[in-house]
Design a protein around this ligand. Structure first.
Ligand code: ACO
Length: 429
């Protein structure tokens, strides 16, 4: 088959740009010769139309509501897999057999403890610090324990160790951030528990009494972790890739990913969505807030609504809504915020403004209600997102570091500042 090309004429000169084809999804024009041939850059704010890399990991079709990890549909993984098995898939490209799964579980389990020196970092934070700021700081501090100067991350074995450590230690770091905010004693990991039950134990157990873990709630949280495990080249993942492209320490690069995730336009939306539902307060107030969301002079947006890639229902939002139902039923809870959310969704999905702009609920719309029912305060929601996304960041880092085509990331710009001018001495200004 002959390679498709895009013909481009500029200033009387003609060049052909190769069109690259992935397995699925839109093809991409290879513009790497554009500057050399024409002296031109492309201009694409927010990289909305730019593929920054080739990746085998996650496939999204935003118009067909598709999300797959290495080909496996998110719906199947959420209902049949576990978070740790999904981690193995994201890191290795294949589902593990029983022995591989057990080995992986054992490896992760044996890296969950933190160095005692690292635990001292917590006390330096204000008691009322946002747990995301604690996670950024403490996770970044891991870089001082596993320093790039001494470790060659181009060595597969070292990469493997770093991978295990990051996935294993993130729940401990996150749980301790929560315990610190509560002023409760830090709980150590328990190796006999599965990954998610152990995390819940580290958050909610206290030394004074036995902790009874609830498998239904563990399963629900595990499913949420699966939904959020990876999402191809979003802002935080691109941040991790860009930071790592200079061959910086991977622990510090993942901390950079945590920062990017924190923003309300990204992972911070789950906290913002719950706060919005609280602010709405009752179903009668919904029209007022819908009107505000449509008013261009008002910065208010429906949080948990709209997505850069999904221009139809976010496939994760449906599973999240079902999970929310399961958790509320199991706990016999009647959360008025869930009623507000359902009604808000119904009103928005039938409103011309939202229909025209293809604005649908995203994964964050129902996650806050579910996490609240599980006992987490809203300040922990983005931390939980960061926990589950760690495997995505690490998988993408691993893929990038072994990709021969990748070099240091260096976007260019369209300069719009002043032309050359001469320095004017202070007295003459
Ligand atoms: N409420 C009201 N209007 C909205 C919303 C919203 N949540 N989202 C987008 N719009 C409107 C915009 O005002 C714009 O209208 P216009 O065409 O009249 O100017 C139009 O829809 C397109 O919006 P963009 O911001 O250009 O869409 P984009 O795809 O760039 O943004 C984003 C996506 C940032 C997620 C946006 O929808 C948003 O801010 N949503 C709320 C925050 C949120 O839920 N973020 C979580 C994303 S999922 C995740 O990170 C896991």
């Amino acid at each position: 088959m002959t390679q498709k090309t895009v013909r481009m004429i500029y200033d009387g000169k003609e060049i052909e740009l190769p069109v690259l084809e992935g397995t699925l999804g839109p093809k991409a024009v290879d513009i790497s010769t554009l500057q050399k041939e024409f002296g031109l850059f492309t201009y694409d704010p927010g990289f909305k139309n730019t593929s920054s890399c080739k990746s085998d990991i996650t496939y999204i079709d935003g118009t067909e509501s598709i999300l797959r990890y290495y080909g496996y549909p998110i719906e199947q993984l959420a209902s049949q897999s576990t978070y740790l098995e999904t981690c193995y898939l994201l890191l290795n490209g294949e589902l593990p057999n029983e022995a591989q799964c057990q080995d992986f579980h054992d490896e992760i389990t044996h890296h969950t403890m933190l160095n005692e020196q690292l635990i001292k970092f917590y006390t330096g934070f204000r008691r009322d610090a946002h747990p995301m700021s604690i996670v950024v700081g403490v996770f970044g501090a891991l870089s001082s324990f596993y320093s790039s100067g001494e470790i060659d991350y181009h060595n597969a074995e070292e990469r493997e160790k770093a991978t295990m450590r990051m996935i294993a230690k993130m729940p401990t770091i996150a749980a301790l951030a929560y315990k610190y905010s509560k002023g409760q004693p830090f709980m150590h990991p328990i190796n006999s528990l599965d990954y998610t039950s152990n995390f819940l134990q580290m958050c909610f157990a206290v030394p004074a009494e036995p902790y009874h873990h609830d498998p239904i709630l563990s399963k629900a949280l595990d499913m949420i972790f699966i939904l959020q495990a990876d999402h191809e080249q979003n802002a935080s993942t691109s941040t991790v890739r860009l930071a790592s492209s200079s061959q910086a320490n991977p622990y510090a690069c993942v901390a950079a990913g945590v920062v990017s995730l924190w923003g309300p336009a990204h992972g911070g939306a789950n906290e913002a969505a719950l706060n919005m539902l609280k602010e709405i307060g009752s179903v009668e107030n919904i029209p007022k807030f819908i009107a505000r969301a449509k008013d261009k002079s008002d910065p208010f947006r429906l949080m948990g609504f709209g997505h850069r890639v999904y221009k139809t229902y976010d496939p994760r939002a449906k599973i999240m809504q079902d999970t929310c139902n399961i958790v509320l039923d199991h706990l016999n809870m009647d959360d008025p915020l869930f009623d507000i959310a359902r009604e808000l969704e119904h009103v928005a999905l039938n409103d011309e403004y939202f229909i025209e702009r293809n604005l649908y609920p995203n994964v964050d719309f129902y996650s806050g209600i579910t996490l609240r029912a599980l006992g987490f305060p809203s300040s922990m929601f983005t931390v939980l997102f960061a926990l589950s996304r760690t495997v995505g960041w690490v998988s993408q880092w691993k893929e990038m570091i072994t990709d021969k085509e990748q070099s240091i990331g260096r976007p260019r710009q369209l300069y719009t500042g002043p032309d050359k001018r001469d320095y004017v001495p202070m007295k003459q200004r």
